[in-house]
Ligand binder design. Structure first.
Ligand SMILES: Nc1nc2c(c(=O)[nH]1)N[C@H]1C(S)=C(S)[C@@H](COP(=O)(O)OP(=O)(O)OC[C@H]3O[C@@H](n4cnc5c(=O)[nH]c(N)nc54)[C@H](O)[C@@H]3O)O[C@H]1N2
Ligand SMILES: Nc1nc2c(c(=O)[nH]1)N[C@H]1C(S)=C(S)[C@@H](COP(=O)(O)OP(=O)(O)OC[C@H]3O[C@@H](n4cnc5c(=O)[nH]c(N)nc54)[C@H](O)[C@@H]3O)O[C@H]1N2
Ligand code: SF4
Ligand SMILES: [Mo]
Length: 705
C-alpha cells in the first residue's frame, strides 16, 4: 500500500472530516486535503491534521498485557490474553449470573463494532448490563427529539442548509473549539444576511462571532427558552395554522410558558429582558430559522426537558419540518450518531429499535438466529452501571472509553473500577482506565481498518483502511470473534461474529431493515461511490427489482411532509423550570461548568500523545472572572483549588472577563490533580440518565505555597 493515496475520514469528532492519507516509506503517514468531501471541503483542525501521530507504534500498545502475580502489567501472547478474558468473564457469569458481567462501549466505535458489541453482550454473555459513553454525550437531545418528532437524528437536515436559513440560535455549543471546520457554515450564514444568536455562559470564540450573545447562568436554559416562548406568545408571533395542523399539546405548553414572565426569567438566568426581546425579534423576523443545541443545555439533570423547551420554541413559531427550518443536535463523537443506533445502548436493538418492543426483539432475534425470549431486557445507564461495579457487576469488558477521566464523580468511579473482580480493556493506547485492567488488548484503529461511521448529519460514511497496522495488534471485531468462540455455544458463536467489517455491515443492514434507522439500502459499494448516504435508506422492495432500479436515494431532510409520530404531528413538551440539582450555598458558593478546548480530544487518551497538541494545550486550567480572582487574591497563572462535595482539583487559574463572575470553567481532558471530573455531580436526568456535567456547586480557593 506504499505511496497510495487513500481518501478516508478523521478518527475524532462527529464532523468526520474527509482527508487523504498517504503512507511514506519511512513509516510516517501524510495527511492532505480531500476537497471532494462536502462537509469540511478540505479544511481540518489541528487534531485531524496530527491524527497519524497516534498510529505510530511508539505511542501505542503493540502487545497484549496481563496482570502478573506481583500486580504489574506484563506482555503476554494473544492466546494467553484472550483465554484470561474469557475465563474472567465466564467465572463471574457462572458464580453470579450473566447480569454480573458488564459491557461498556463508545460512540467512537464504528457501526460494525457497536453492532457486534451489542450482539456479543446479549447473545454470548446474555447480559442486560451494557451501555456506553454516548449516554454522557447527546442522550438528552436524543430523548427530547424522539419525544417531540418520533425519531431522533442529530441534524434532520444537512449542514449545507445552515447558511441559507434566516437565523440560528446556537445553544451551548462552541464549534470554534469543538468543530472548527464547521464554523464556516455560521460565518456564511452571516454573509448571506442571516443572524447568529449564541447562548453560552462564556463569551467563547464562537460567541464572539454572534450578532447576539446571551450568557445565562449555567443550568438555566430551560427557563430561558420558556421566557422566549412567553414573549413569542405575548407578542403574537406564534404560527397558529402550523400549530393546528402539524402539532399536538400546545395548550398545556402555552400555559406553562405564560407562567414564565420575562422579569422572572431575567432573575433566574441573568439574561436581561431587552436581550430576551431582541432574541425573539431576530428569531421570528425571517421566513426560516433553526435552533441547534450541543452539550451546554443537554448535559444537565433536566437536559431532556431543556431541549424540549427549545423544540417548543421551534414548534410554536412553525420552524420545524419545513425547508431550512428545524431543531437539530450537534452530536459529538466520530460515530456519536451511528453508535447510538445499533445496540450498545442499554435499551436498544439495531436499527434504533427498542429492546422492549416484542416485534423488534423478534426481528433482530431472527437475524441473529436466536430465540427472542433469550434476549435480555434493558440494563442500567452508563453512570449507574459504573456505580454498580464491584457490587452487582463483578466483571467488565470495556471498549472505546476512558471513564477514569471522563465519567462524573470520577474518583468514585475509579474506586468502583478497582473493586471489580475482573476488568478487560480493548484500546489503542494505555489509557488511565486500561492501566487498571487485568487484561489489556491492543487493537487497530481508524486508518488501519475499514468501517462505517454516521456523522452529525445522519450521513453514513465509509472510513477506509489506508495503512498496515503495527505487528501485534488485532481488531475489535477479531477480539469479539475470539471471545465468542471461547464463551459461546452453537452456531451463533461460531458464525455470528465475522472479522470482516463488510460482512458485519451486511448483517447490520438486515438487522436494521424496517427499523427507524434503516440502513438496508446502504452498501459499502454505494458508500465508496457516493459521498455518504443519509439514513433512513431502505432497500428496494423485491417488486422493484434487484437490478438497482429501485435504489433509495437516502434521506438528507426529514419531517418535511410529516413527523415520525403515529399521527404525523410533532408533540409539544409541557415543561417547567426547575433549579439545578446542586445549587450554590454558603459553603460552595460558585458554579462550576466544564467543556473542551480545541487542541485536546475527550479524556485526552489519544491527543495527549501528540507533541504539537500538547504544546498548544499542555494542561488543565480554571477559567475565572477578574472579580472572583481579586476576591481570592490570585493572579493569572497562580494555582487555584476547586472543591466540590465530591473532591478537590487544582490547576492554574486563567483570569478572563469572558466568563460570568459567579461561574468557573474547567476543561475535562486531563487525569490527576487537575481532573475536572473529580468535582462533577452525577445527578441524572430522569429520562435520558444524563449526568449534570454542566453545573455543580464548588468553592474556589487560592493555593498557598
Ligand atoms: N477539541 C475538541 N473537539 C471536540 C471534542 C473534544 O473533546 N475536543 N469532543 C467532541 C464531542 S464527543 C462532543 S460531545 C462535542 C461537544 O461540543 P460542544 O458542546 O461545543 O462542547 P462543550 O465545550 O462541552 O460545551 C459547549 C459550550 O457549552 C457551554 N456551557 C456550559 N454550561 C452551559 C449551560 O448551562 N448552558 C449553555 N447554554 N451552555 C453552557 C460551555 O461554556 C461551552 O462553551 O465536541 C466534539 N469535538
Ligand atoms: N466534565 C465533563 N465530562 C465529560 C464531558 C463534559 O463535557 N464535561 N463530556 C462527556 C462526553 S460528551 C463524552 S462523549 C465523554 C467522552 O469520554 P470518553 O468516553 O473517555 O472518550 P475518549 O477519551 O474518546 O475515549 C475513547 C477511548 O477509546 C480508545 N479508542 C479509540 N479508538 C478505538 C477503537 O477503535 N477501539 C477501541 N477499543 N478503543 C478505541 C481511545 O484511545 C480512548 O482511550 O466524556 C464525557 N465527560
Ligand atoms: S473538526 Fe473533528 S473531524 Fe474535523 S479534523 Fe477536527 S477533529 Fe477531525
Ligand atoms: Mo460527546
Amino acid at each position: 500500500m506504499q505511496n497510495t493515496v487513500t481518501p478516508t475520514h478523521c478518527p475524532y469528532c462527529a464532523l468526520q472530516c474527509g482527508m487523504n492519507l498517504t503512507p511514506a516509506a519511512d513509516g510516517t503517514v501524510g495527511v492532505s486535503e480531500r476537497a471532494d468531501f462536502p462537509v469540511n471541503r478540505g479544511a481540518l483542525c489541528g487534531k485531524g491534521r496530527t491524527a497519524p501521530a497516534v498510529l505510530s507504534a511508539a505511542v501505542r500498545l503493540t502487545s497484549p498485557l496481563v496482570r502478573s502475580a506481583d500486580g504489574t502489567l506484563v506482555p503476554a501472547s494473544w492466546t494467553e490474553a484472550l483465554d484470561r478474558v474469557a475465563d474472567g468473564l465466564a467465572r463471574t457469569r457462572d458464580a453470579h449470573g450473566a447480569d454480573a458481567v458488564g459491557v461498556f462501549g463508545g460512540g467512537g466505535l464504528t457501526n460494525e463494532k457497536a453492532y457486534a458489541l451489542g450482539k456479543f453482550a446479549r447473545v454470548v454473555l446474555g447480559t442486560s448490563q451494557i451501555d456506553y459513553n454516548g449516554r454522557f454525550c447527546m442522550s438528552s437531545a436524543a430523548a427530547a427529539g424522539g419525544r417531540a418528532f418520533g425519531l431522533d437524528r442529530g441534524l434532520p437536515f444537512p449542514l449545507e442548509d445552515v447558511p441559507r436559513t434566516g437565523c440560528v440560535i446556537l445553544v451551548g455549543s462552541n464549534p470554534a473549539e469543538t468543530m472548527p471546520p464547521a464554523l464556516r457554515y455560521f460565518t456564511e450564514l452571516k454573509e448571506n444576511g442571516g443572524t447568529l444568536i449564541v447562548v453560552d455562559p462564556r463569551r467563547t470564540r464562537t460567541a464572539e462571532q454572534a450578532d447576539l450573545h446571551l450568557a445565562p447562568r449555567p443550568g438555566t436554559d430551560l427557563a430561558l427558552a420558556l421566557g422566549l416562548l412567553h414573549l413569542v406568545v405575548a407578542e403574537g408571533r406564534t404560527d397558529e395554522e402550523y400549530i393546528r395542523e402539524r402539532t399536538t399539546g400546545w395548550e398545556e405548553t402555552r400555559a406553562a410558558a405564560m407562567a414564565h414572565w420575562p422579569e422572572h426569567v431575567e432573575r433566574i438566568t441573568g439574561v436581561s429582558v431587552p436581550q430576551l426581546r431582541e432574541a425573539v425579534r431576530l428569531f421570528c423576523a425571517p421566513e426560516a430559522a433553526m435552533v441547534l443545541t450541543a452539550r451546554g443545555p443537554e448535559q444537565q439533570a433536566k437536559g431532556t426537558d431543556t431541549v424540549g423547551a427549545w423544540i417548543n420554541l421551534c414548534l410554536a413559531t412553525g420552524r420545524a419540518g419545513r425547508p431550512l427550518s428545524g431543531y437539530g443536535c450537534l452530536t459529538g463523537q466520530g460515530n456519536g450518531q451511528g453508535g447510538r443506533e445499533h445496540g450498545q445502548k442499554a435499551d436498544q436493538l439495531p436499527g434504533y429499535r427498542k429492546l422492549t418492543d416484542p416485534a423488534a426483539r423478534a426481528h433482530v432475534a431472527g437475524v441473529w438466529g436466536v430465540d427472542p425470549d433469550s434476549l435480555p431486557g434493558p440494563g442500567r445507564s452508563a453512570y449507574e452501571l459504573l456505580d454498580a461495579l464491584g457490587t452487582d457487576i463483578r466483571s467488565l469488558l470495556l471498549m472505546g472509553s476512558n471513564p477514569v477521566v471522563s465519567a462524573p464523580r470520577a474518583a468514585h468511579v475509579e474506586e468502583r473500577i478497582r473493586a471489580l473482580d475482573f476488568l478487560a480493556v480493548c484500546d489503542v493506547v494505555l489509557s488511565e482506565t486500561a492501566a487498571l485492567a487485568d487484561v489489556v488488548l491492543p487493537v487497530t484503529q481508524w486508518a488501519e481498518e475499514t468501517g462505517t461511521t454516521t456523522n452529525l448529519e445522519g450521513r453514513v460514511l465509509l472510513r477506509r483502511r489506508a495503512v498496515r497496522p503495527p505487528d501485534g495488534v488485532r481488531s475489535d471485531l477479531e477480539v469479539l470473534h475470539e471471545l465468542a468462540a471461547r464463551l459461546g455455544r452453537g452456531t451463533v458463536a461460531e458464525k455470528g461474529f465475522p472479522t470482516d467489517p463488510e460482512e458485519v455491515f451486511e448483517e447490520l443492514r438486515r438487522a436494521s431493515a424496517g427499523g427507524p434507522a434503516d440502513y438496508s439500502g446502504i452498501t459499502y459499494r454505494r458508500l465508496a461511490e457516493e459521498n455518504g448516504v443519509f439514513w433512513p435508506c431502505p432497500a428496494p422492495q423485491a417488486a422493484e427489482g434487484a437490478d438497482g432500479a429501485g435504489v433509495h436515494p437516502g434521506t438528507p431532510r426529514l419531517f418535511l411532509d410529516r413527523f415520525a409520530t403515529e399521527d404525523g404531528r410533532a408533540r409539544f413538551a409541557p415543561v417547567a423550570h426547575r433549579p439545578i440539582a446542586e445549587e450554590p450555598d454558603e459553603e460552595y458558593p460558585v458554579l462550576l461548568t466544564t467543556g473542551r478546548v480545541v487542541a485536546q480530544y475527550q479524556s485526552g487518551a489519544q491527543t495527549r500523545r501528540v507533541d504539537e497538541l500538547n504544546a498548544a494545550a499542555p494542561g488543565p486550567f480554571v477559567e475565572l472572572h477578574p472579580r472572583l480572582a481579586q476576591r481570592l487574591g490570585v493572579a493569572d497563572g497562580d494555582p487555584v483549588a476547586v472543591v466540590s462535595r465530591r473532591g478537590r482539583a487544582v490547576a492554574p487559574g486563567r483570569i478572563t472577563t469572558a466568563i460570568r463572575p459567579d461561574t468557573v470553567f474547567m476543561p475535562f481532558h486531563w487525569p490527576g490533580e487537575g481532573r475536572a471530573n473529580t468535582l462533577t455531580n452525577p445527578a441524572l436526568d430522569p429520562t435520558s440518565r444524563m449526568p449534570e456535567f454542566k453545573a455543580c456547586a464548588v468553592r474556589v480557593e487560592a493555593v498557598r505555597p
